[in-house]
Structure formats: structure tokens, C-alpha cells
Design a protein. Structure first.
Ligand SMILES: *[C@@H]1O[C@H](CO)[C@@H](O)[C@H](O)[C@H]1NC(C)=O
Ligand SMILES: *[C@@H]1O[C@H](CO)[C@@H](O)[C@H](O)[C@H]1NC(C)=O
Ligand SMILES: *[C@@H]1O[C@H](CO)[C@@H](O)[C@H](O)[C@H]1NC(C)=O
Length: 266
């Protein structure tokens, strides 16, 4: 009995050690990684009475340094749960991620507006309302991080201005800052309205590519595209490439194993 308890204690400690993620980052992973169930996701400041305005305040409190889900009060009327990362002493907000492939980004406009999936579990979309609230509050730097099929083959791209307007969360994106890494495949979507399968664009791209996005007679990158579990080259579907692609890195017909978008302050 005692031996059993001691062994049990070791197993628990071992599991916690193994689960530990590097502080302030969402790690890159291969698609075989374990996925936590939805119910395991917890809001890390749930037991805290302080009403933090944003993730910078959470960081400044000194009580938290772990990346994860936090409740913030951008305004007093409606607290929102966001996914904060803390890197180099500043906060950023992950608003779209696909890395395990269990999530489904083929969703209607309502879900794109209110959010779906679970960002802390590695597949989710924060929702246009909350994304807009974050950009309205001054988090206008967009960082896109993506990973090809080979481990450590990744790229990080930055745009200095990303904001959403109206109607339909019209995209305003300028200030590409990573020309030395890859060509800019996102500014092509500047000024476009958000479209989805049930709220299509004039060229029916959202229907053909099945993902919600700011299409401009389609797109050169699709972070909300379909996760092809085997990674890499995939065939077009009815002549449309619908994977997680970035045209000027691996081409339309190559789907990434990891694709993430995050916002931060200047
Ligand atoms: C409060 O925040 C929510 C979500 O962040 C936003 O949609 C809403 O417009 C905000 N309300 C005001 C009065 O600013
Ligand atoms: C887009 O953002 C830039 C930079 O903040 C701003 O100068 C410009 O007026 C915005 N454009 C629109 C259409 O809102
Ligand atoms: C949209 O793209 C298609 C395919 O490249 C092209 O045939 C069509 O003329 C374009 N439509 C508009 C309105 O530019």
C-alpha cells in the first residue's frame, strides 16, 4: 500500500514535469502530440478578485507568467477570456491557431464572430468581436507564426498595423515588417470584408475554400484553411486549394502543420 502511494506520487510529479510548457510560448509540435480535452481548459486568473484590464496588467501584477487563458476587462460591461502569452516582458494575444487538426474551421459566420474551438488546446478562433475589441484597445501588431512539416522549419512574420472596421470586420492591414523573411502574402486582403460559407464574398471564395477569411477574389494565404493531417502537399478540391497555405513560402498546394496569429502592442 505504502509502496503504491509512493509510486503514485512519482507518477504524478513526473506527469506534471512532462506537461510543463516553456513560459511565455506556445510550443511548436508535430501533429501526433496529445490533445487535452475541452473540459481541462481553465481560466488561470479565475480565483483572483482583481479585474485586470488587459494581459499587460496581468503580467505586471507579478502573479502570472504562464501562457494560457485569462479573463480581462477591456471594458467593465463585458469581460472576455483571451489567450495571453508573455514574451520579452510584453503580452500578446493568440487569436487563431491550428496545430493538432482536431478542430474544424469550416464554420458559419456566427461562430467566426463569437469564436469556436479552444486556443489553449491548439485549435481555435477567438472570434471577430473579441479580436476587434483587442485591436480597438491598441493591440495592432500582427504576428503570424507557421511551421512546415519538418521540425524546426518555421517562419515568423510581422505586420505593424492590423485592425478591423465595419461593415463585416473590414480588414485594415499595413506595415509589413518581414520582407527579409518572406514576401507579404496578406496585404492583398487589405480592405476586404470577412466572409464565410454562409456569408459569401462576391467571388464565392469562402464557399469554395470552406474557411472564413477576408477574401479578395481568394487569397495568397489561408490561416483558417483545412488542416491536412499528413502535412505537406495536397491536391486542390474542385480546383481550389483550401489547406493551411502561405503561397510564397511553400506554395498554394502545401499545408502547414502549425499556423498561428497573435496580436500585441507596438
Ligand atoms: C465591451 O467589450 C465587448 C467585447 O470585448 C465589445 O464587443 C463591446 O463593444 C464593448 N462595449 C463597449 C461599450 O465598449
Ligand atoms: C488603416 O490603418 C492605418 C494605420 O493606422 C490608418 O492610417 C488608416 O486610416 C486606416 N484605414 C482605414 C480605411 O481605416
Ligand atoms: C477572379 O479570379 C478568377 C480566377 O483567377 C478570374 O477568372 C476572375 O476574372 C477574377 N474576378 C474578378 C472580379 O477579378
Amino acid at each position: 500500500m505504502i509502496l503504491y502511494l509512493i509510486l503514485g506520487a512519482f507518477v504524478v510529479v513526473g506527469a506534471q514535469e512532462g506537461d510543463k510548457k516553456p513560459v511565455g510560448s506556445v510550443e511548436f509540435e508535430q501533429p501526433t502530440a496529445d490533445v487535452k480535452s475541452h473540459s481541462d481548459v481553465s481560466v488561470l486568473n479565475d480565483a483572483d478578485y482583481a479585474k485586470y484590464h488587459d494581459c499587460d496588467e496581468i503580467l505586471a501584477s507579478g502573479s502570472y507568467k504562464e501562457a494560457g487563458s485569462y479573463r480581462i476587462y477591456l471594458n467593465q460591461s463585458e469581460p472576455i477570456v483571451v489567450f495571453c502569452e508573455f514574451e520579452l516582458g510584453a503580452a500578446s494575444y493568440v487569436f487563431s491557431i491550428q496545430k493538432h487538426g482536431w478542430g474544424d474551421f469550416v464554420q458559419g459566420y456566427y461562430n467566426y464572430e463569437w469564436g469556436f474551438g479552444s486556443i489553449s488546446d491548439g485549435s481555435g478562433w477567438l472570434g471577430l468581436r473579441r479580436i476587434k475589441a483587442l485591436t480597438d484597445a491598441g493591440n495592432n501588431v500582427l504576428t503570424v507564426t507557421m511551421q512546415g512539416c519538418i521540425l524546426r522549419e518555421k517562419r515568423k512574420l510581422v505586420w505593424n498595423h492590423f485592425s478591423l472596421g465595419s461593415p463585416r470586420y473590414r480588414l485594415n492591414i499595413t506595415g509589413y515588417a518581414s520582407g527579409h523573411v518572406l514576401p507579404d502574402d496578406l496585404s492583398h486582403n487589405n480592405g476586404m470584408l470577412f466572409s464565410s460559407i454562409d456569408e459569401p464574398d462576391a467571388n464565392n471564395c469562402a464557399v469554395n475554400m470552406r474557411a472564413g477569411w477576408w477574401y479578395n477574389n481568394c487569397t495568397y494565404t489561408l490561416p483558417t484553411g483545412r488542416y491536412y493531417v499528413y502535412c505537406g502537399h495536397y491536391p486542390p478540391r474542385n480546383q481550389f486549394y483550401d489547406g493551411l497555405f502561405y503561397k510564397d513560402w511553400r506554395g498554394f498546394g502545401y499545408s502547414m502543420t502549425y499556423f498561428r496569429m497573435a496580436l500585441s502592442r507596438n
